[in-house]
Design a protein around this ligand. Structure first.
Ligand code: SF4
Length: 192
């Protein structure tokens, strides 16, 4: 698993691309999930997520995935579970202070971020881990939140357009002037 984790960090740019596609797909599927019931799909999706991310990233299913902000290096593998790292104890060669045989999760995170389009996200301070979300599907929660935001934006755009109509009607002239007839049409009538 450790080797796969290193592989994922070496190919963080490709995994970032795949993650973005997956998120888009999950957003498209939002009406389907809503119809079935998010509480019903939670368990099967969480199981798939656990399998895939466990294999690729040694994911611990914290429920608030930050891989896209940490160079695809899961911070839950840091023995101190630091959410903003690294700590001050990184050994020479980038090895962990607590586990000397393991490369520092955060040193790897900074490395992985350099290969990602959104790599600068690593500079944003991450909130502390919310333990109540442990075991839940981060994929489902994030895509559900994004789908709700998109819906809200669409509804607000429609409301703005609908509200603009009465004002436009009030300003519009009672009878619009007719456009001039094309000269060819006029000549045709005269010919008849
Ligand atoms: S050296 Fe890195 S992985 Fe080890 S405890 Fe510190 S931040 Fe975590």
């Amino acid at each position: 698993m450790y080797r796969t984790r290193l592989f994922a960090i070496r190919h963080s740019g490709k995994f970032e691309w795949m993650y973005q596609r997956l998120e888009k797909l999950m957003i498209v599927l939002d009406p389907v999930f809503a119809r079935i019931g998010y509480n019903r799909v939670e368990q099967p999706v969480a199981l798939i997520e656990k399998g895939v991310k466990g294999l690729l990233f040694d994911c611990k299913m914290c429920g608030q995935c930050v891989l896209s902000s940490t160079g695809m290096s899961c911070p839950m593998n840091c023995p101190k579970e630091l959410r903003n790292g690294p700590c001050g104890g990184v050994r020479p060669g980038g090895y962990c202070e607590v586990k000397p045989n393991m490369l520092c999760v955060w040193a790897l995170a900074w490395d992985g971020s350099t290969r990602m389009k959104g790599g600068n996200k690593i500079r944003e301070v991450l909130p502390p881990v919310d333990r109540s979300l442990k075991g839940s599907s981060a994929w489902l929660r994030v895509s559900r939140e994004k789908a709700a935001k998109l819906r809200e934006a669409r509804e607000s755009a429609r409301t703005t357009i609908a509200q603009a109509f009465p004002a436009a009607r009030a300003n519009e002239p009672s009878s619009a002037p007719l456009a001039e007839e094309p000269s060819r049409a006029v000549n045709k009538e005269q010919r008849q």
